[in-house]
Every structure is written in C-alpha cells, then in structure tokens.
Ligand binder design. Structure first.
Ligand code: BES
Ligand code: ZN
Ligand code: ZN
Length: 490
C-alpha cells in the first residue's frame, strides 16, 4: 500500500465521499454531472449515519467509477477519534470490496485537526488498518486483497505535509512490526527470537543493540530474570537498545518493556483458557523496541534506551517456587508468593538496570495485570505516576494519538499490601482488591528516585470490535512512547 499526497482526484481511483448525517457531500470537481446525478439518487437512500458505508459503481463513459459513501454521523459531534476510526474504515471497505486504488480529500474528513497532524494520523491509521497477520495461513489463489495506492488530496502539498506523511508511515510501520512480534505464537516467539528482532531492527533503523545472555544476567545480579526463566528450556535474554540522537550530556529516557514470550503462570499455573493469549505477554517489550526503532528512523533529537528482560514463564522441575526469595540487581529481595505475577519480578531487574543511566525519565510498559482490565475495560491503559506533569502529558498524548490512558493511584498506604514476610517485597498483594495498584506500587520500589511512569497495557494488548483493526495484537503504546520522546526532545 502506497500513500501519496495529491492535489486533485487521480483518474481511475475510487472516490471516498464522506457524508455527515443530514449534510450534502463536498463534491470533488472531477465528478461529471451524470455521475453526480446518479450519486444524488443514491443519497436519497443513505442517511450518513455513523459507521454506515455504501459502495456505488457508476458506468462513466468508458470506465466504471467507484464511489464509496462513508457515513460519519453528526457533524457537530465530530472528533479526532472519530476521524481516525473513519480512516481505518476506509481501508476496511476497500479491502472488502477489492478496491485497489482510492482517493479522498483529507479536509472533508479531518475537520478540526491541523493539516500536518491530520496527515500523520491518517497515514498511521491507514497502515494500522491495512495490517493482517497471515503468516500462518495458506495464501488464497487470488492472493490476499491488497490496496495498491491511496491518494490523499490536500489543498497544498508542501514540505511540511510530506514530512508529516513520512513520519506517519514510519510510525505506522513500527506499530505493525510490534504487532507481528506479539502475534507470533509462543512456540515460535522465544527470548532469543525477540532479541534477534531487536538486533535486526537496530541494523535496519540505526541504533545499537546489546543482548545479554544467561551468564551475564546472572553475573549482574538479576535474580528476578534468572528466577522466572528457570522453568523453561528457553534461556533468558536481557535486551538493551540505545539510540542517542540528543546531546551527549542529556540524560536518556529509558523504556522498560515486559518481555514474557509466553506466560503459563508457572507453578501457579493459569487455569482453563486463561493462558490463551499469553503469547502476547511480550507486547510491552516489542513496543519498547519498535518505539526506539521509530524514534531512530525519525531521527528525533533525543536520547532513548529500551530495556527488555525476556523470559518464558513455564512450570517444570526446575521452575522457581512460591516462597522463593530472589535477589534483584538493586539488592532488594522479592518474596515470590505467586509465580504468575512474574512480570513485576523481571521488571524489577529492568528498572534497577535503568538506574545505571541516571535517566531523565523511566517509563515501563507491561501487560502486567488482569486487574487493570477489570478496572478500565479494554479502551484505556492504566497510567501510574507520582508526577502530575508527566501524568497530564501522558493522558494528553493518549488523546492525541488515540492510545488512551487513564490514571490509577499510587498512595504510599498501598505499600502495606506488598510488605514481604521473609523478603523485602512480596510479588502479590495481601488482598484480592486493587491488583493493578499492587503491581504498580511493587515496581515503584525498584526505580529509586527517578521520575517514572508505569503503563499497565494489559487492557489494550488486543484489538477490540469497532476499532477496525485486525484481530490480535494492537501494537499498543508505540505511538505514545514516540510522541512522549518527541515532546521531551530538543
Ligand atoms: N500476564 C498476566 C496479566 C494479563 C492477564 C495480561 C490477562 C493480559 C491479559 C500477568 O503476568 C498475570 O498473570 N498477572 C496476574 C497477577 C496475579 C497473580 C497477582 C493477574 O493479573 O491475575
Ligand atoms: Zn503471569
Ligand atoms: Zn504475565
């Protein structure tokens, strides 16, 4: 799929005609009087309600002109979010109807979003919507439906808009690469495979990658990573990616991503079908790596690091046990009360390692708790931080990118919940209530005094109906991390 800016309708391409309910369309100049008449008749039976769409095929002299009526609902309640959903819907309709070339006027759709921002968001969402994970399916005889060209007409294509388009394409591509990693089944996605992807991404996008293996992880004192990995025949990795595009003396932003390539729960084995989607438990790690890849490709003037402790959580004769005391890189011990709360155990070492950089900000991304899903549903990630300015920034960027977050508290009183009996911190709370907060307050014990945000992305790990994205991994948080880095760059 190639996305291009155009100044007018390109002959032979399908025209997307956005229609607000009760409003007339903005007619592209290129539509002939006869075609217009045809469309006007069709519009008598199309009310433009939100989510509706109708495809018209109009015999137009030699060719057939394809017009897609895209219902947008009430104009007054048009929002940025509805704009990006409508963009995704265009791809859905085109694929379903096997339309290969499409064109639309961005202004009709974007409404109040500034031109360059609209172009960027459009590109990201076209690319996200075009994504499918078909690697494990037989290719149909006629091939997968494919959109060849998308022409977006803007009033005046200039350097700024071209750059916005380029940026959107880069970000969209890296979001999809993160989805590829997460969607890969647990049997094929191991800590080594995740590390290999980081190495290849580094070569491709221009950032440095170091992969620590078991011996080195042990030597550094990362007892959390070693402990969780023990039950699996797949050896752990600790992935370090660095992109220094800022000034030498600038303290970096460090992303720490949970890289559990499969979470069975370990000895506290997950019941029933609870492990069904647990190959997605490295989503945070994949998103952190591909956020750095996007930042490097965008050449942002900022120093960023992504750290990904990567393990598989398996039950076996060599597994870590409930009751084990694991010594982390910070010297603090973790009292393991439940082997299924493994994400925080490996992140403790990731966060401890992050402190070596004397970072300006640590931000961890983790599919940490089912409790966060219980609290927020699947439409927002949980945001934890003690820093009000950072919180505001994350929530605002969530709105801008469409990757929404919502805050949960971090009051010190919650600490009582995770006091260890024989070790320093217990890896689960004393009660069943507020599990996402227990996870967050646990992590807080390992960040020292550095500014820190914890994103529990379990809620947004998968796509949901009505988002117009392929089933499976959503690639959550890539956009948010990129925009956060941009905001904090020079
Ligand atoms: N990876 C899970 C959390 C999860 C669940 C993510 C569902 C996405 C969808 C995590 O490791 C886990 O098992 N958490 C437990 C913690 C509990 C044992 C304290 C949970 O949330 O139930
Ligand atoms: Zn778990
Ligand atoms: Zn997990």
């Amino acid at each position: 799929m190639k996305i291009q800016l155009a100044s007018k309708h390109v002959p032979g391409t399908a025209i997307i005609l956005p229609i607000f309910s009760g409003s007339k369309p903005v007619w592209p100049k290129e539509i002939s009087t006869e075609s217009k008449k045809f469309i006007e008749t069709a519009l008598k039976f199309f009310d433009g309600s939100e989510k509706s769409a109708k495809v018209l095929r109009i015999p137009d002299e030699k060719n057939v002109l394809t017009v897609v009526l895209l219902g947008l609902g009430d104009k007054k309640s048009w929002t940025r979010r509805k704009f990006l959903l409508a963009v995704r819907r265009i791809v859905g309709v085109a694929k379903a109807e096997k339309i290969k070339e499409i064109g639309f006027n961005l202004k009709d759709l974007a409404a109040r979003v500034a031109d360059d921002e609209a172009v960027k968001l459009m590109a990201i969402n076209l690319i996200k919507a075009n994504y499918e994970f078909n690697k494990y399916k037989e290719v149909p005889k006629e091939g997968w439906p494919k959109i060849e060209n998308i022409y977006t007409s803007v009033s005046k294509a200039n350097k700024k808009l071209e750059r916005a388009l380029e940026e959107g394409i880069i970000i969209g591509e890296e979001v999809n690469r993160s989805r590829d990693l997460a969607n890969t089944p647990g049997g094929d996605m191991t800590p080594k495979v995740l590390a290999d992807d980081a190495v290849n991404s580094g070569k491709r996008a221009g950032f440095s990658v170091k992969v620590l293996e078991e011996k080195e992880i042990e030597r550094l004192g990362m007892g959390g990573v070693i402990g969780v990995s023990k039950g699996s025949s797949e050896k752990p990795r600790f992935i370090i990616t660095e992109y220094f595009g800022g000034k030498k003396k600038d303290a970096p932003i460090v992303f720490v991503g949970k890289g559990v390539t499969f979470d069975t729960g370990g000895i506290n084995l997950k019941p029933g079908d609870s492990s069904y989607e647990m190959h997605l438990d490295m989503t945070g790690g994949g998103s952190a790596i591909h956020a750095v890849a996007a930042i490097a490709r965008l050449k942002l003037k900022v120093n960023v690091v992504a750290l990904v402790p990567a393990v598989e959580n398996m039950p076996s004769g060599s597994s870590y046990h409930p009751g084990d005391q694991l010594k982390t890189i910070t010297g603090k011990t973790i009292e393991v009360l439940n082997t299924d709360a493994e994400g925080r155990v490996i992140l403790a070492d990731g966060l401890g390692y992050a402190q070596k950089y004397k970072p300006s900000l640590i931000i961890d991304v983790a599919t940490l708790t089912g409790s966060a899903i219980g609290a927020l549903g699947q439409r927002a990630m949980a945001v934890f931080t003690k820093d009000n300015k950072l919180q505001k920034m994350v929530l605002e960027l969530g709105e801008r990118t469409g990757e929404r977050g919502w805050p949960l508290p971090l009051w010190d009183e919650y600490l009582d919940e995770i006091k260890g009996t024989f070790g320093d911190v217990a890896n689960i709370g004393k009660t069943r209530y507020g599990g996402a907060i227990h996870g967050a307050i646990f992590l807080k014990q390992f960040v020292g005094s550095y500014p820190w945000v914890h994103l529990d992305i379990a809620p947004t790990m998968t796509t949901i109906d009505g988002e117009y994205l392929a089933k499976g991994a959503s690639g959550t948080a890539v956009q948010l991390l990129v925009e956060l880095a941009r905001k904090l760059a020079h």
